[in-house]
Design a binder for this molecule. Sequence first.
Ligand code: NDP
Ligand code: 8X3
Length: 254
Amino acid sequence: MMNNTTKIALVTGATSGIGKATAELFAKNGIDLIICGRREDRLAAMKAELSSMVKVHTLAFDVSNKEAVLAAIDSIPEAFSNIDILINNAGNAHGLDPIQEGSLDDWDAMIDINVKGLLYVSKAIIPGMIARKTGHIINIGSIAGKEVYPNGNVYCATKHAVNALNKAMRVDLYGKGIRVGAVHPGLVETEFSDVRFKGDTEKAKTVYQGFEPLTGHDIADVIHFVVTRPYHVNISDLLILPTAQVSATMTYKE
Ligand code: NDP
Ligand code: 8X3
């Protein structure tokens, strides 16, 4: 779909889970894409698949590397440079330990990726949105940004920071034509727990046993709904839970 109203979305963390499902749904609905992640093979495979539907540009970089983020955004070709939609999705959890036993490296990784990475990408893209007086930023938070759960400590803190930054961006960008909103999922079965448990896939699976978790597609549907509302509608904050999850710590067997 190539016309004057075609939108361009940059999706971080597009190689897996929620970001991948969002990129695929955007492509099906004619939204051109800049897909980001560190795994270049996955980005290339997605480009090959989605290019029959929309224009796709790939950007491989680590969101926690300030110089890499700025260089990557700076390298975006002219045809993709007017970014309408930013999905700040890249993120993960490292470890699930009581605070007195947590690994400093895990803490650094979560703070660097989930908080500083989101800030670096936003800082690189917001000026263009301000200049064009239009844009839509969706920050992917979590129920972990609304509540805390045992051993979630630093991951929960990073998502509380995303929740705060979502509100701060909306306030600071007041009157500049830019909509800002957050989507906060509950338990979604993706690679999230594989990463949290450092490749222990059996342990990761147990997180989603005994109830029906959300899928990346469930969250992608919501994100697509949010970005397709008319301009006067800003969905500023949404919490999406599996029916079987009622709080950060309570799921029930169906
Ligand atoms: P996945 O692990 O499936 O996807 C994470 C994505 O983030 C991947 O595409 C990964 O790409 C990217 N990413 C991770 N680290 C970096 C980095 N340093 N630089 C660039 N990209 C990176 O998890 P989800 O899809 O579940 O997670 C997406 C978001 O949703 C995260 O912010 C997460 O906190 C949030 N969330 C997840 C929930 C869940 O239950 N799954 C619930 C609530 C929120 P690559 O490895 O190629 O770099
Ligand atoms: C991911 C959901 O509950 O595992 O943000 O923290 S949870």
